[in-house]
Design a protein. Structure first.
Lengths: 505, 165
């Protein structure tokens, strides 16, 4: 189908007549249309701003003054490791695809790079591993000498020290050529891992068999690395399956089997598993129902701020249907409540919880929806505005929070502020639904990462010459405090930020 | 080649080689032939001042620079966000001449179904043959955004009744 589209576009666009060749290299003539369009836009914007009313304008001014007073632009000192994803989806001859690069900040030097063959970040949606604690296990494939065969293992990486640790051997695999042809970007070792936040459990999920439809799940002891449980989930039906694993607690996990058809994510099946990897609850097509939005829900599953329930944010980026915030019972994972997120409000890119039981959902319209987790009711939904300047402070386009480039939005630990990347970076006050800081002065910003305590914000910026750097900015003002040296290998995502643990501790 | 005049001549030669494809791509994205021409002229001037480091992926460089110039020339990109924010403005009207041109093209109907960002990704990918990373660099977004946007665009075109795929 892609070749048909390519052929059609090429054939048709070639029919577009060209301007006379002598005009190609002239300086452009200023046409009145540009000016008039700009004037019209300005007038309309002024009318819109004016329509906000004097009261709202005064409130905006007062809030602005308060923001300026409280905004210090000071960053709490600290040394972090910033983990970056780089590499391409096409495997090199030795099976390498993706890599995890370690950058020491504020020193700004790359200190290591762990090479894998993984879903750490791929060219297609759903690639970034979910990281909770201070350890990750990177799936790695190495050549064996036999054509098409790779030895695989999971490489432990201590995020707080930026060093590699032990390994878990996971056997020999054959290169999944058919799968790679069906879903470009599939690595040699189609696997993903997750580690519980306390480090006691490690889960591995692998896509095997025809079209990746046989999903193999393993659980390992986080201390001894010995296997604890094993299960196979399989399905029939069209498309290719890519699986993800989401650690929920020390011994509970969710497996997400995403179904791709013609490169498009059509639906996702969710399975909630117990310590023995028995299915506690499933929301799959073969059980007759899926989670809302065809199961296209964020891997950022969170605990409710009001009780022990789980919160799952579901939204379809194509907006073909409504999304929802789903409340799941903590033990049975049955749905205890669903709050609809109408598609008119846009694609829900992330959520954050406040201690008063309010859940904030940010969409790309942009709209902030407030939901009371205690009553399972919607409080309100407000368009994000800020009156200081309509033109230079517009919210950047934000992409899917679970897309391969890593989160394009991160939230402060108290849930009050969202930091969005999408060409520029913006700080959004979720309580008041307004942009309070915005900048594009570091170049094109494609990723954001926050230190665990929210004291330091890192952005991945690309300057006009294509040079990429990590810039340390003050979270409150978004002013630059420092930046790294140019980073090699074209990283495209910030996977994690962890405070450095000094050697010997 | 260090002489400025020689450099300018060389730059003009490589620019002219890429001009037809990049111009047509810009028309398809901006839906405005005049704006596409002006933006590309600006990109040529930019190349005269600061030429790209190599001829490799020149189409991608020109596409990126011209899109940025178009944004500067006519706020390309901003009205759409205002539209989303206040629900009041719409994408600029398509000039009549370009409209007639699109009517003649089967692909024109499909491209009209898309947002500008989606058009940019589709055209860059399927017409200019840029990689997702090159498109991401050109648009100043993450590579993942490009993949997601491409998927959305294909879905929109399917829902729009395309019989092509």
């Amino acid at each position: 189908m892609s070749s048909d589209l390519r052929d059609l576009i090429r054939k048709d666009l070639e029919q577009i007549p060209l301007p006379p060749s002598e005009r190609w290299t002239l300086r452009p003539a200023r046409r009145g249309g540009f000016l008039s369009a700009g004037v019209v836009a300005l007038v309309i914007a002024l009318v819109v701003v004016g329509s906000l009313g004097a009261g709202q304008a005064l409130r905006a001014l007062r809030d602005r003054i308060e923001s300026d007073r409280s905004a210090t632009g000071v960053v709490v000192p600290g040394e972090d490791f910033v983990y970056l994803s780089d590499g391409g989806p096409t495997p090199a001859d030795d099976g390498r695809t993706q890599a995890m690069q370690v950058l020491a900040m504020p020193r700004g030097q790359s200190v290591d790079r762990f090479i894998g063959s993984t879903y750490v970040g791929t060219a297609y949606e759903g690639g970034v591993m979910t990281i909770h604690g201070d350890r990750v296990f990177l799936p790695v494939a190495t050549i064996t000498g036999v054509a098409g065969e790779y030895e695989t293992h999971l490489q432990e990486i201590d995020l707080s020290r930026g060093v590699a640790g032990r390994r878990i051997a996971t056997g020999t695999v054959s290169i999944p050529s058919a799968l790679q042809a069906e879903l470009p970007g599939t690595p040699v070792f189609p696997a993903e891992t997750a580690v519980s936040s306390d480090g006691t459990s490690i889960w591995l999920v692998r896509d095997t068999g025809d079209h990746g439809r046989t999903t193999v799940v393993d659980r390992f002891d986080g201390q001894t690395l010995s296997p604890l449980a094993h299960i196979v989930l399989s399905s029939t039906g069209p498309g290719v399956v890519r699986s993800r694993v989401v650690a929920l607690s020390p011994d509970r996990v969710a497996i997400v089997r995403e179904h791709f058809e013609s490169l498009i994510l059509g639906a996702a099946d969710w399975y909630f598993l117990d310590p023995q990897l028995e299915v506690i609850a499933s929301y799959a097509d073969d059980s007759g129902h899926r989670l809302p939005a065809g199961g296209k829900c964020s891997a950022d599953v969170q605990r409710s701020p009001a009780n022990a329930e789980w919160l799952v944010l579901c939204s379809d980026s194509s907006l073909s249907g409504d999304g929802a915030l789903v409340f799941l019972d903590a033990n049975t994972f049955t749905i205890s409540a669903t709050v609809s997120l109408p598609r008119e409000r846009g694609f829900a890119i992330g959520m954050a919880s406040a201690t008063d039981g309010t859940v904030y959902v940010l969409s790309d319209r942009p709209v902030v929806a407030r939901i009371d987790a205690r009553t399972h009711r919607s409080i309100d939904a407000r368009v994000v505005i800020q009156a200081r300047s309509w033109f230079d402070q517009l919210l950047p386009q934000a992409a899917a929070a679970k897309s391969p480039g890593g989160p394009s939005v991160v939230f402060s630990p108290d849930g009050r502020y969202a930091y969005l990347a999408g060409g520029s970076v913006a700080r959004v006050d979720m309580r008041d639904a307004r942009v309070i800081a915005h900048t594009n002065s570091f170049g094109a910003i494609t990723a954001v990462g926050l230190s665990p305590g929210g004291e330091r914000l890192y952005v991945l910026a690309t300057d006009g010459a294509g040079v990429r750097r990590i810039v340390l900015v003050a979270p409150d003002t978004l002013r630059s405090v420092g930046q790294s040296a140019p980073i090699a290998n074209d990283p495209f995502a910030i996977l994690a930020v962890r405070p450095q643990t000094p050697a010997g501790q | 080649m260090t002489d400025p005049e020689d450099r300018a001549t060389a730059w003009e030669a490589v620019f002219r080689r890429s001009y037809p494809s990049v111009y047509r791509a810009l028309v398809a994205v901006l839906l405005d032939a005049e704006l596409a021409e002006d933006a590309l002229q600006e990109a040529f001037a930019e190349g005269m001042r600061r030429p790209p480091e190599s001829d490799h992926a020149l189409a991608g460089w020109l596409f990126r620079v011209a899109l940025r110039r178009a944004r500067r020339l006519r706020g390309f990109g901003l009205p759409l966000r205002l539209d989303e924010l206040v629900g009041a403005l719409r994408e600029p009207a398509i000039p009549a001449e370009t409209d007639k041109l699109l009517d003649r093209l089967e692909a024109g109907e499909l491209l009209r179904l898309l947002t500008r960002r989606q058009r940019a990704v589709v055209v860059a990918h399927y017409y200019l043959g840029l990689t997702q990373q090159e498109i991401a660099d050109a648009l100043g977004v993450r590579r993942g955004t490009v993949g997601a946007t491409l998927s959305q665009a294909l879905q929109h075109m399917r829902r729009g009744g395309s019989h092509v795929f």
